[in-house]
Design a binder for this molecule. Structure first.
Ligand code: PLP
Length: 389
């Protein structure tokens, strides 16, 4: 059965040309870039090139790029650095809809004497900026607000957040793991101090990330040991993955327009058609600015897991809006924070497209999903009532 992969916010396929680029770095060019001999030096040159390519995608300077092991490490490192730089500031601000890479880290801080404020969002997933203005003060060390949400694709006004943060002299970090490569950004002209990205969300392998740290922003390393990454992240570089990420960023830059025109058009057609043909369906975050590739759609009175199961009969891969908490399925913290009613949150499905998605694949989803939702609704009393109404 052909796989119809519409779960690109979970992870992406490694681009063929990315894979080709790194092949030699596993087999022939396995030197350590820190070695003094020419053999290691060849690898160092490619690492430098990768740093340049990553910087170029986000409008940064290569010296501002620190390679890490993943988006999670970048998020943890950014917050931890700010707290070390400002030992007397004991307040951290984040949002209720962050990825656990930020949220779990911040919640852990409250056990160590920090005050942690989690900003609310409205029904569309938009950030409460007044709340930010009210809670931030001279005791705030760092504000960490994501660029775009992984579940709904809702984009936050990060530049405006950064301006508010600057007035209080705190650091501003953004988790841009879902945004980089999907929408244009330019750090040279930005209020962001630190930004996280992750390779496996943009057609590079898993296990490689970046923390961008603006020039002049003091940084204290999370990982200590050797002098790699100018002593900002110890550990022998994951050279093949770094080179892969560089290539993936170069390609992502070339496809930014495609992402915003062709991918967005496919996503819009998918959601328009599903809303038209499936009764009691709605888009989570539909009233907000969103990433071009993401749609989170709620179907009332049907279990998301059941929808995923039925979708897989057609080879279609997507995600549900539930998370397994203590052995039971709960609506995700993002949908709960948005106040999505339980009956909708339980039946929420996220489709996330990529440049490899085709119109034919979208046609298949539009053709098969109405029957799947009907089958699912037949399993519940409220669903049957809806079908008979
Ligand atoms: N932040 C966001 C918004 C994400 O979507 C993810 C991964 O899903 C991460 C952070 C974690 O990235 P990684 O898997 O590279 O640790």
């Amino acid at each position: 059965m052909k796989v119809i992969y519409l779960d690109n916010n979970a992870t992406t396929k490694v681009d063929d040309s990315v894979f080709e680029e790194i092949r030699p770095y596993f087999t022939e060019l396995y030197g350590n870039p820190s070695s003094m001999h020419y053999f290691g030096g060849q690898v160092q040159k490619k690492v430098d090139e990768a740093r340049q390519r990553v910087a170029s995608l986000i409008g940064a300077h290569p010296d501002e790029i620190i390679f890490t092991s993943c988006g999670t490490e970048s998020d943890n490192a950014a917050i931890s650095s700010a707290l070390q730089v400002f030992p007397n500031r004991r307040h951290v601000i984040t949002t209720r809809v962050e990825h656990p890479a930020v949220l779990t880290f911040c919640r852990g801080l409250s056990k160590h004497g920090y005050r942690v404020s989690e900003l609310n969002v409205d029904n569309n997933g938009c950030l409460d900026m007044d709340e930010l203005r009210n809670v931030i003060d001279e005791n705030t060390a760092i504000v960490s607000v994501m660029y775009a949400n992984n579940e709904t694709g809702v984009i936050f006004p990060v530049e405006e957040v950064g301006r508010i943060v600057k007035e209080k002299g705190a650091f501003f970090h953004t988790d841009a793991v879902q945004a980089v490569g999907k929408i244009p950004m330019n750090m040279a002209d930005s209020t962001i101090d630190m930004l996280s990205l992750s390779g496996h969300k943009l057609h590079a392998p898993k296990g490689i990330g970046v923390l961008y740290v603006r020039k002049g922003v003091p940084f204290r390393p999370f990982m200590v040991g050797g002098h790699q990454e100018k002593s900002r992240r110890a550990g022998t570089e994951n050279t093949a993955s770094i080179i892969a990420l560089g290539k993936a960023c170069e390609i992502a830059g070339q496809y930014l327009d495609d992402e915003n025109v062709r991918v967005r058009a496919m996503r819009d057609r998918l959601e328009r058609e599903l809303l038209r043909i499936i009764p009691s369906s709605r888009i989570n975050g539909g009233g907000a600015e969103r990433l071009p590739n993401t749609v989170s759609i709620a179907f009332e009175f049907v279990e998301g897991e059941l929808i995923l199961l039925y979708l897989s009969e057609f080879g279609i891969c997507a995600s549900s809006g539930s998370a397994c908490t203590s052995g039971s399925l709960e609506p995700s913290h993002v949908l709960r924070a948005m106040g999505v009613p339980f009956t909708c949150a339980h039946g929420s499905i996220r489709f996330s497209l990529s440049r490899f998605t085709t119109d034919d694949e979208i046609d298949t989803v539009i053709r098969e999903l109405p029957g799947i939702i009907r089958r699912g609704r037949e399993m519940s009393p409220f669903g049957r009532e809806l079908l008979n109404s």
